[in-house]
Design a protein around this ligand. Structure first.
Ligand SMILES: Cc1cc2nc3c(=O)[nH]c(=O)nc-3n(C[C@H](O)[C@H](O)[C@H](O)COP(=O)(O)OP(=O)(O)OC[C@H]3O[C@@H](n4cnc5c(N)ncnc54)[C@H](O)[C@@H]3O)c2cc1C
Length: 432
């Protein structure tokens, strides 16, 4: 067998999605050596922006929030001129056969027809309820604290929509760790909600780029391509002296530390010879999803809508890309999720027809199907299967960084990658 080249590297990163590439970016800033391996032929992971019939479609995230770490990355990469900020921030819930605006300010709370006056009073009584219990489900917590109506008509559809999940099956300890911290800080949940409402309900603005969300990982790749190997899957990780060997089809690369940004199943596979606990990762559930992109001539302003659970629709929610980012008549329908995982196995034709028909019922507009994308592993489920994480022990020098170590949103991925880069750089600086 010919001898394989064994260059010495420092941090070996598996995956060139947003987490792996942001990590690479911050390691570069701190002068820490790294190498990234990506199985796919393009950077971005689940972030996929595509041109179909002259329309820009997002096959992964539709938008991201411009939080402070995201903004810093945009500036570092010189992308500020390519950012598009979402115009209208209105969000709707389809409830009782009608689109109704979700309230994000005090004034909207007073006006909303998603809640009766009794329902509104129940929300205001939240500070009198018992504190959150990490073992209860998200549905139990929201119902107990804000009332049945607020949960069913507002919080359930909005929160469930984020993950394509069912809050009835999501324990607070996995799904709402941020809420637990917020309650500890303010003594209740209403105070931070009111504080935000009083500031007009604003948070970091929702953004995309002229060429779509994938522009961000592409720009990261362009800036660091020398150390990022596309089309190069890591097939095995082996222990070697003080570090690890990352095996790919053509070479074996020695690294001191490894960061896996891969989905749980792949991480379990790559770690199976290094820790008996790897199997725990394989037990994490993800919600299958189908995204159907429609083209329609509608005149609605806002982000889109989520569907109340008992409306009898297969549609989980719809993003109005047309109004958010001026994407000429494009609407993205989400189907499947924890509510109906088998649906994703239907043919593209069936999925397209369901999306089109239900869109027509809700929006009163004809639509054409532009594309259908099915994802076996869409959003992390954050259900009881995530208890398995407590059994996982990472071998020394192996780090996990993706949606099972922190939240799944792009800003959270960027924040985690930056934090990990800082920690790795510091640990190198203090090495004997
Ligand atoms: C449909 C959808 C909609 C979303 N919507 C939003 C949204 O609107 N806003 C938001 O903020 N977030 C959203 N998210 C969440 C967010 O996009 C993801 O959590 C985030 O992009 C994940 O990034 P990552 O780098 O951690 O993982 P990934 O993107 O999964 O990257 C992992 C990479 O590892 C590679 N890989 C796998 N195995 C190997 C191997 N053996 N060797 C080398 N490489 C390997 C993969 O090819 C992949 O590129 C959405 C996610 C999905 C799926």
């Amino acid at each position: 067998m010919p001898e394989r080249p064994v260059p010495t590297m420092t941090v070996g990163i598996v995956g060139a999605g947003i987490t792996g590439l942001t990590l690479a970016h911050h390691l570069e800033i701190t002068d820490t050596e790294y190498v990234v391996f990506e199985a796919d032929s393009e950077p971005g992971g689940v972030i996929r922006s595509r041109q179909v019939d002259g329309h820009l479609l997002e096959w992964g995230p539709q938008r991201l929030r411009r939080t402070e770490p995201v903004d810093k990355l945009i500036i570092d990469l010189g992308l500020a001129d390519e950012v598009i900020e979402a115009g209208e921030t209105k969000l709707f819930v389809y409830a009782n056969g009608k689109l109704r605006r979700a309230p994000f300010s005090i004034e909207e709370f007073g006006q909303t027809d998603l809640l009766s006056w009794r329902g509104k009073l129940d929300v205001l009584k939240e500070p009198q309820t018992d504190p959150a219990d990490p073992e209860e489900t998200a549905a139990e917590l929201f119902t107990r604290k804000f009332g049945e109506e607020a949960y069913r008509n507002l919080i359930g559809p909005l929160f469930g929509g984020i993950y394509g999940s069912e809050p009835e099956r999501m324990p607070v300890k996995h799904a709402l760790s941020g809420v637990l911290l917020m309650e500890q800080k303010y003594g209740n949940l209403l105070t931070p909600v009111l504080k935000r409402a009083m500031s007009g309900g604003t948070s970091a603005p929702a953004i995309s780029f002229d060429e779509g969300v994938q522009r961000l990982p592409e720009a990261l790749y362009d800036a660091h391509s020398e150390n990022v190997h596309l089309d190069t899957a890591v097939t095995e990780i082996r222990e070697s002296d003080d570090g690890y060997l990352l095996e790919t089809e053509n070479e074996s690369v020695k690294v001191d530390e490894v960061v896996l940004t891969t989905a749980a199943e792949m991480s379990a596979y790559l770690l199976e010879n290094l820790t008996d606990s790897a199997d725990a990762l394989d037990r994490l559930n993800y919600n299958p999803l189908a995204l159907v992109h429609l083209h329609a001539d509608c005149n609605r302003d806002g982000f889109g809508y989520q569907v109340r659970h008992d409306e009898g629709l297969d549609t989980l929610g719809v993003s109005w890309n047309a109004s958010m980012f001026g994407r000429d008549g494009v609407y993205t329908v989400f189907l499947g999720g924890m509510k109906n995982p088998q649906l994703v196995e239907e043919s593209e034709e069936t999925l397209g027809e369901i999306a089109r028909t239900e869109f027509n019922d809700v929006m009163d507009a004809d639509a054409d199907v532009l594309s259908v994308v099915s994802l076996d592993r869409g959003f992390p489920a954050y259900d009881t299967s995530w208890d398995a994480l407590s059994e996982f022990e990472a071998p020394d020098g192996i780090h996990l960084a993706t949606n099972y170590t922190a939240r799944m949103g792009v800003p959270s991925r960027i924040r985690e990658a930056k934090g990990l880069a800082t920690a790795l750089a510091e640990s190198y600086a203090t090495r004997p």
